[in-house]
Design a protein around this ligand. Structure first.
Ligand code: SAJ
Length: 425
């Protein structure tokens, strides 16, 4: 069986390598000559646990190679980006473009699977492109039985655990027709240990969007609580810890906002699909983005109260213990502070070799944690890296701290800034 994976990014490359390890002949297609060359030399262009060794092995054995052009295959997996445009509309142009490049090499009996997070209806749109460009082939769901199978199967992996989760997570496989779903199911069963459950393409598209929106809404609840609790001079972390002792309550963690490439993006696909009714989902997005602005304002107040002291911003990654700085609320906050306070801002990020470009020209410096503890009087905690959690209280008792992640619960508390939350009698 020959498999082509279109798009060698965070999902495409690990997927291609895993299928290749299972013994299939896999061609990875990418528009970037750099990516193609890197993979063909057995190396990787993205950081992911154990991916380098796996790619090196399958390329050396001849099971995986990369190419700039699409060729005939039995199975096509499309894993290209689906960003959200400036006006919050989903941009599915890369998916449609991939469909146009696959169309000329399609033959009867092939299976095409879309894995990119996509607004509802994208898989059908892809089918319509095939129907337009290949009138010689019958497409599924258009009357007669299709000559090719077309399905949607979202990835659900967590960065840092991609190779494990690609195998162990349950998969939801949506066919344009039930027959398409069964065909795609047969393919995934070869390398997925989790349950594979079939449905329609439209439902599967929605499932993916709903999963990430569920998380966004729940994080928004925690972020909203954190602001209310701060106004009422209550420790939100303690409140959440105690409330979560209720058997049916499970509040997530507040933070400086939501980052990454999925949770802060996918809910907009639902909002765009039904703006009138997607009210909680839209508000959750606004609450989470608003939390980032709120942290900038609160941290600025603290910094203004400590004139002349240097400020350590702890963490730049979009979440704990990873080296991914894209779409990171920590970067947004620290960069805004750096533009305002210049060289007083010191950045501590054990996962960064150099500062992201957002800091260019600000005068802010990358320093290590020990230097920060020696030099800085103000600490703004933006990421809950394990390394930061382990600083003992006696090394930081004299610091002014704004902790967005609740990692230093024993930090001596500052005087409440306002009287809000008091009931006048
Ligand atoms: N965050 C909080 N509080 C929390 C949990 C997360 O503030 O309690 C923040 C993180 O700091 C980060 C952001 O949310 O900035 C997203 O982190 P995450 O760990 O929740 O998720 P991602 O973006 O790494 O991966 C998500 C996962 N989706 C779900 O858990 C529903 C993953 O399974 C998906 O495959 C992935 O999105 C994707 O590709 O869609």
């Amino acid at each position: 069986q020959k498999v082509s994976v279109i798009g060698l990014g965070y999902i495409g490359l690990p997927t291609a390598a895993l299928i290749a390890r299972g013994g299939c002949q896999v061609v990875g297609i990418d528009v970037s000559p750099h990516v193609v060359e890197t993979v063909n030399s057995g190396r990787v262009h993205i950081e992911e646990v154990d991916l380098d060794g796996l790619v090196q092995g399958v390329v050396a054995r001849g099971n995986l190679r990369a190419s700039l052009t699409v060729e005939e295959s039995d199975v096509f997996i499309i894993a290209v980006p689906t960003p959200v445009a400036e006006d919050r509309a989903p941009d599915i142009s890369y998916v449609l473009k991939a469909a146009r490049t696959v169309a000329p090499v399609l033959k009867a009996g092939d299976t095409v699977i879309l894995e990119s997070t996509s607004p509802v209806g994208t898989t059908e749109a892809m089918r319509d492109i095939f129907a337009q460009l290949r009138p010689d082939l019958k497409m599924p769901g258009m009357g007669a039985q299709g000559d090719v199978a077309i399905a949607y199967c979202p990835e659900r992996v967590l960065p840092g655990r991609i190779l494990v989760e690609l195998i162990d997570n349950d998969r939801c496989i949506g066919g344009i027709t039930p027959r398409c779903a069964r065909k795609a199911l047969g393919f995934y069963r070869q390398f997925v240990r989790g349950a594979c459950i079939t449905t329609t393409a439209r439902a599967a598209e929605m499932v993916k969007l709903v999963e990430n929106s569920f998380r966004d809404v729940n994080i928004a609840f925690a972020n909203e609580l954190s602001v209310i609790a701060e106004n009422m001079d209550i420790d939100v972390w303690e409140v959440i810890r105690l409330a979560n002792r209720h058997p049916r309550v499970n509040i997530l963690n507040p933070g400086p906002g939501v980052g990454g490439h999925c949770i802060a993006v996918d809910p907009w696909f639902i909002v765009h699909g039904d703006p009138e009714n997607a009210r909680i989902i839209r508000t959750a997005r606004e609450v989470n983005d608003g939390k980032t602005d709120y942290v900038v304002a609160k941290a600025s107040d603290l910094i203004d109260d400590h004139a002349g002291q240097d400020i350590a911003c702890l963490g730049l990654a979009f979440k704990a213990n990873i080296d991914d700085f894209r779409e990171s609320p920590a970067v947004k906050i620290a960069a805004r502070l750096a533009r305002r306070y210049g060289r007083r801002i010191k950045l501590v990020e054990p996962y960064a070799q150099e500062l992201p470009m957002e800091f260019a020209g600000t005068g802010a410096d990358l320093i290590d944690l020990d230097t920060a503890l020696e030099q800085c009087g103000v600490f703004v905690i933006l990421v809950d890296h394990d390394m930061f959690k382990s600083v003992p209280v006696d090394e930081r008792a004299d610091k002014a701290v704004y902790d967005t992640r609740g990692i230093w619960p024993d930090q001596p508390r500052r005087q409440a800034a306002s009287n809000s939350g008091r009931i006048a009698v």
